[in-house]
Ligand binder design. Structure first.
Ligand code: ZN
Length: 293
């Protein structure tokens, strides 16, 4: 068992961090700019984000590497810097984390296997380079997230497991269908995820993004019903984004989000943080609720 899973094995619930993408925009990242490039050009601003979550009480923070596969970076002419940008991402979060943990963020490639955009081998190679860069920079775990395709998730997990010594976590993004079931964009249910990805070698599974914290309760219950042992992580958005006065805002306030934390813990979640629209204030509030329990 690795370091992070060791800590939750005695029933302790850990707190993760909040949003990066929306935070980078607040720090001045422009539309069309490559977020990962900031690891080299604006390391101080990236470090500020990482630090603010540690100061809010997070037990672990992610890295600024969500779009860090060569497939995303090639859009900015940066594919040849894949290893370097991921290593820098992990080094920055490592510096902020101190004794706390660093989760190396890995997002979808944007390529669809089923459509023949890419081969399994090409996907594997892309995730391998990214995972190795994150490990070289000091990450404690690889956090594969926002997945909707089960095959892409499976390949990412295998690439990280086979090429690093790190714990490998994976979350998918589910929405509630009109008949009240949870499905990813590609039609995967939380139960499907568990059945395939535990075998693929995932050390932890869960859900991120989505429509807010309320939906996460049902998702965690479904994961826990399918597998009584797999550690579960939840990174919920601060509600459904709405467009107001020329900008996208996330409506769920920290206190509102924190109210549902006991229910999510009771459903079986082991690590709780936030996704899009969540801030250090949200994380501080979640920390407080967990500590009060
Ligand atoms: Zn999100």
């Amino acid at each position: 068992m690795g370091k992070i899973l060791d800590k939750i094995s005695n029933g302790k619930v850990l707190v993760s961090d909040g949003a990066w993408g929306t935070f980078l925009q607040k720090k001045g990242l422009k539309t069309g700019e490559c977020p990962e490039e900031w690891n080299l050009s604006h390391p101080d601003k990236v470090l500020d984000i990482a630090k603010s979550y540690i100061e809010a009480g997070a037990d672990m923070i992610e890295t600024n590497s969500f779009g860090g596969t060569c497939f995303k970076l090639e859009k900015y002419g940066l594919a040849d810097k894949t290893f370097e940008l991921n290593k820098a991402a992990a080094e920055i979060s490592r510096k902020a984390a101190g004794e706390k943990f660093v989760l190396g963020s890995v997002g979808p490639t944007g390529k669809i296997l089923m459509m023949g955009d890419v081969t399994e081998d090409e996907l594997y190679e892309a995730f391998k380079v990214q995972a190795k860069g994150l490990e070289a920079g000091g990450a404690d775990a690889i956090m594969i997230e926002t997945m909707s395709d089960l095959d892409e998730a499976r390949i990412a997990i295998r690439a990280a497991k086979e090429n690093t010594r790190l714990e490998v976590f994976c979350t998918m993004t589910f929405e509630k269908t009109v008949i009240g079931e949870f499905r990813s964009m590609m039609g995967v249910s939380p139960a499907d995820m568990v059945q395939t990805l535990v075998d693929a070698g995932a050390d932890l599974l869960g859900a991120n993004c989505g429509n807010g914290i309320a939906g996460m309760v049902g998702i965690v219950k479904e994961i826990r019903k399918t597998d009584s042992a797999i550690p579960i992580l939840v990174h919920a958005n601060a509600g459904m984004p709405i467009y107001r006065d020329g900008e996208t805002v996330f409506p769920e306030q920290p206190a509102e989000m924190a109210k549902l934390i006991p229910e999510i813990v009771a459903a079986g979640a082991n690590i709780i943080g936030g996704c899009c629209g969540t801030t250090p204030e949200h994380i501080a509030k979640i920390r407080q609720v967990i500590d009060d329990k």
